[in-house]
Design a protein around this ligand. Structure first.
Ligand SMILES: Nc1ncnc2c1ncn2[C@@H]1O[C@H](COP(=O)(O)OP(=O)(O)OP(=O)(O)O)[C@@H](O)[C@H]1O
Ligand SMILES: [Zn+2]
Length: 737
């Protein structure tokens, strides 16, 4: 994107609007052109609004005659470096997304709104030339000044924040300043501090872990999948890899799923690297803190960057490795706006920067497993649990024809009781929150439906509400049927709230801790809720998939999966994969300490071959079987898939739009054995928030076949003038919902 020519006085900018192009502006009036460089933000006028744009290039001419001047320069120095800009442009091309929206997605909210980066600049204290030349013992009669001098000699410049944390007083600093030994300079911000856990000596690596680590040289690009059973010490491998990267003077990026970035995870990492600057990027931060963390990463100041999906878009000038934990997790794929996959982009970033990329999971996605089995990725394995922990025993509990109590078989309740009586902990996994997923009238058959979505309302008894889990519509609970006024209403099916009532009654002597989205408004709340469990006292945990990941609770010896069947009969071809991952991850919470674990899995269809395979042989063979099925059905990852989506209050318009889209694409590339079209078909959730949703599905032998097709489609679709219709291209779509 280099510019040449004599007078590059036209600014080419990425503007956050849904158009797939850059926009030309004149420089702000009266500005010195030498203060401008790509990667800075500017205020620009756009269609009567004022927007924050990013300077991409400066060129001598524009094809347009009438250019408006940009309004104002925001940053004194670029916030995006060249590598990051190239990466964002690549991603925009690949996902057929407006590049301005990618820049906007990369920025933290405060910077997206135009707050100047200088606002977070830090004051740094450094040695002057005299200070550097001072003999070691020159200040021995002023021990505080001597200590500060020593610190600056050993660790280089220190920020005001760091000095405060280390208890160096302003008086001491002033004294050294007066002697001309130190000086303040302005520099990049440091990330907000993260409380550390108590530092513990790292364990000795076992043989498998050592082999894995040896297979990842840190001085060049490599793509690896670490398939390591639950509790096998994957996190320990990540920590060691990070250590090597930091020792080499580089930054380590660790991506974690939304649910995985708990204060517990952060404390563990902070404890391992007490001297390092760690930036955590997640939605739990206040706007200013997030900007501070982001800027410290972008300035190369933060050594370790831990974040959820959008952290992949952060500029990291000293990048040394990218690690993606729980790489199978669905939260790495953005489901609206720019529909990128942070996991897939991690590979691109690593290749661009020439550094290793490590994807880790006990239950790898079929995409990554396929890449590993076909030799595109290095396939690394950890087959054994680390330390003394042994794999749990798994038993199926058939529920058909059994007398269940609120969804639990009698022997399951008995096992829970025995576990608690032995002073151990039990975990019950339920895949639905709320009290019951439906409310119905026994007399006329009325069902509480969402008025905006094609779904039922979930009953939340504690709050006396009916809620839609798709659009968050809420209404108060009714006592009688709105249709026939009968008072005999029944709650159908079970949820976490309903199970909690039963379990709290049955096991009244023990704490019953419910963990779902309703009880954990924040990450801190989850941390607090789990505190008694971490203390190791007997207790009963119950909850949704929030409990499935990342928690290391060594006293849990019994895991109950209340209903294993949900995903086996879904219309979404990815449902069995997700069910397998969830069950294996939940089961993996059992027996992670010295005590053996047991898993009870309730099912109405214990003979189901996939369930049998999963429970008898484990996720590995199960996933390999699913891959063979996908090959037969010509589905991802054996084929590339993209969706063109449209939604509208008027279903006919969405369908017509997609009919035309399909016709357009077929005119360019007719259906063939290598390329097939399906649809428009209704999405699995046909109506959401009042809009009807449809998609056209395109599958191709090679990704390269899809790109030009979708690019042309976007060109056509950008001309759509129907403001009530929304459309999107979803490359490598993960959800058919
Ligand atoms: N080499 C080792 N020797 C002894 N203990 C170890 C070793 N490696 C890891 N551990 C311990 O084993 C436990 C599980 O390790 P870790 O959390 O790294 O596993 P994991 O594979 O990331 O787990 P999961 O993905 O299932 O959450 C931790 O308590 C960790 O401290
Ligand atoms: Zn709804």
């Amino acid at each position: 994107m280099a510019s040449d020519g004599a007078n590059p006085a036209i600014l080419r900018l990425a503007v956050p609007v849904p158009l797939r192009r850059l926009f030309d502006y004149l420089p702000p009036e009266g500005i010195d052109l030498s203060t401008l460089s790509p990667g800075q933000r500017l205020w620009v006028p756009f269609g009567g609004r004022k927007l924050v744009a990013v300077l991409v290039d400066m060129v001598p001419e524009s094809p347009l005659a009438q250019l408006k001047p940009a309004l104002e320069l925001i940053d004194s120095a670029p916030v995006f470096d060249g590598c990051c800009r190239d990466f964002l442009h690549w991603a925009a091309d690949y996902y057929q997304a407006p590049v301005g929206e990618l820049y906007a997605a990369a920025l933290p909210a405060a910077l997206r709104k135009g707050k100047p980066a200088d606002h977070w600049a830090e004051q740094w204290l450094q040695l002057t030339t005299e200070g550097k030349g001072l003999p070691e013992t020159a200040l021995s009669r002023a021990p505080k000044q001597q200590a500060l001098l020593q610190l600056l000699l050993e660790r280089g410049r220190q920020s005001r924040t760091q000095l405060k944390a280390l208890d160096h007083s302003t008086a001491t600093i002033r004294a050294l300043q007066d002697r001309g030994l130190v000086e303040w300079i302005a520099g990049p911000t440091v990330p907000p501090a993260i409380p550390a856990a108590e530092a513990t000596a790292p364990p000795e690596l076992n043989e498998e872990q050592r082999q894995v680590l040896d297979a990842i040289p840190v001085d060049r690009f490599s793509a690896s999948l670490l398939e390591g059973t639950t509790g096998s010490g994957k996190t320990e491998v990540y920590l060691r890899l990070m250590e090597q990267v930091l020792t080499g003077g580089k930054q380590a990026l660790l991506l974690v799923p939304e649910i995985g970035l708990t204060p517990q995870t952060l404390r563990r990492i902070a404890a391992r690297f007490p001297d390092r600057s760690i930036a955590a990027l997640h939605s739990g931060l206040a706007e200013g803190e997030r900007a501070q963390a982001w800027l410290s990463a972008a300035a190369g100041q933060a050594d370790i960057v831990i974040g959820t999906r959008s952290a992949i878009l952060t500029p990291l000038p000293r990048l040394g490795a990218v690690i993606v934990d729980e790489e199978h997790d669905g939260s790495f794929k953005q489901q609206d706006g720019v529909r990128y996959s942070a996991r897939d982009l991690a590979m691109v970033l690593g290749r661009n920067a020439g550094v290793p990329v490590l994807l880790g999971s006990a239950t790898p996605s079929l995409e990554s497993l396929h890449n590993a089995l076909s030799g595109r990725y290095q396939h690394l394995r950890l087959r054994q649990r680390a330390g003394n922990a042994r794999p749990p025993q798994i038993h199926l509990v058939p529920t058909l024809g059994q007398q269940l109590e609120e969804g639990f078989a009698p022997q399951v309740l008995r096992h829970i009781g025995e576990t608690l009586a032995r002073g151990e902990q039990a975990l019950v996994f339920i895949n639905r929150r709320g009290f019951a997923p439906a409310l119905t009238c026994d007399d006329c058959g009325w069902l509480a439906d969402c008025p905006h979505c094609s779904s039922k309302l979930t009953m939340h008894r504690r709050q006396r509400q009916l809620r839609c889990h798709h659009c968050d519509y809420r209404r108060s609970l009714v006592d009688s049927c709105p249709q026939c006024h009968s008072r005999s209403l029944s709650a159908l099916g079970g949820g976490t709230e309903r199970s909690e009532e039963l379990l709290a009654r049955r096991f009244a002597d023990y704490p019953v801790i419910r963990v779902d989205r309703d009880t954990t408004a924040s990450k801190q709340a989850l941390d607090r809720l789990l505190a008694p469990a971490r203390d190791g006292k007997p207790c009963l945990l119950l909850g949704t998939q929030m409990l499935a990941k990342g928690h290391h609770l060594p006293r849990v010896t019994l895991v109950v999966i209340q209903d294993a069947d949900g995903g086996l009969f879904s219309a979404d071809f990815r449902a069995p994969e997700r069910t397998g991952q969830l069950l294996e991850q939940v089961a993996g919470r059992a027996g992670r300490g010295d005590l053996p674990g047991r898993v009870l899995v309730q099912s109405r269809y214990p003979e189901h071959p996939l369930l049998q395979l999963l429970l008898e042989k484990g996720y590995g063979p199960f996933a390999r079987q699913l891959l063979r099925d996908r090959a037969v059905a010509q589905l991802p990852p054996l084929r590339a898939m993209a969706l063109v989506r449209a939604e509208c209050e008027e279903p006919r318009w969405a369908e017509e739009f997609l009919e035309t889209a399909r016709t357009q694409m077929q005119a360019l590339a007719p259906p063939s054995p290598q390329l097939s079209y399906l649809g428009p078909v209704p999405a699995l959730l046909e109506r959401k928030s009042g809009r009807f949703r449809f998609y056209v599905q395109i599958t191709a032998e090679k990704r390269g076949q899809l790109q030009p097709l979708l690019a042309r489609l976007c060109q056509w679709a950008e001309g759509n003038r129907n403001r009530r219709l929304r459309w999107a291209v979803d490359m490598d779509a993960q959800e058919l919902s």
